[in-house]
Design a protein around this ligand. Structure first.
Ligand code: IMP
Ligand code: MG
Length: 181
């Protein structure tokens, strides 16, 4: 998807994303040396980030996906989490890295982390492409953060507004009129 007329600004260019994803992958490769972590991607937003990240991580990993919904169709969290698709990999005793597109209030990741630990994971760390620290309402430790971003609703590189714009190569801010439609 190119030259999208709905975009106001590019917040993070694809070149910056690529460089930062490489750094995160190196960090994960070092931190998990000689282990085989289970990587759990949160659908749908994390799919592109996870694909790029894992092709740069030099570890023997297992991959699974989970799908939760916390956002209705608007731009703010409903606060209620619904599990739409569960993982199928046996996770007991596994070191897990949850890969997420963006941490906003933190509710989704806190819910997932507690659920995976309760089910018997040995450890759970979080890798998120973006973090909006000013929006946090729960206290949660996030080990790998790509970029801290201001309180703007962003799309692209996997992230959507009402299921649109996921295939933009950059992380973009939409024009206000797109929300007001
Ligand atoms: P949280 O539970 O409030 O942290 O919400 C996290 C989820 O909300 C993320 O996984 C995203 O799917 C979605 N989200 C939060 N902010 C944005 C945004 O700016 N653009 C697109 N999705 C967002
Ligand atoms: Mg998400």
């Amino acid at each position: 998807m190119k030259n999208c007329t709905c975009v106001k600004d590019i917040l993070v260019s694809s070149a910056r994303i690529d460089k930062r994803v490489t750094e995160l992958a190196e960090q994960i490769t070092n931190d998990y040396k000689d282990t085989s972590p289970l990587i759990v991607g949160v659908l749908k937003g994390a799919w592109i980030f996870m694909a790029d990240l894992l092709r740069k991580v030099e570890l023997d990993v297992d991959v699974d996906f989970i799908c939760v919904s916390s956002y209705g169709c608007g731009t703010s969290s409903s606060g209620r989490i619904t599990l739409l698709k569960d993982i199928t990999t046996d996770m007991i005793g596994r070191d897990i890295i949850v890969v997420e597109d963006i941490i906003d209030s933190g509710t989704t990741l806190l819910y997932l982390k507690e659920m995976l630990l309760e089910r018997g994971a040995a450890s759970v760390n979080i890798a998120t492409l973006l973090s909006k620290p000013s929006r946090r309402v729960v206290d949660i430790d996030v080990k790998y953060v790509g970029f801290e971003v201001p309180d703007e609703f962003v799309v692209g590189y996997g992230m959507d507004f009402k299921e649109r714009f996921r295939t933009l190569q950059d992380i973009c801010i939409l024009k206000e009129e797109v929300y007001k439609k």
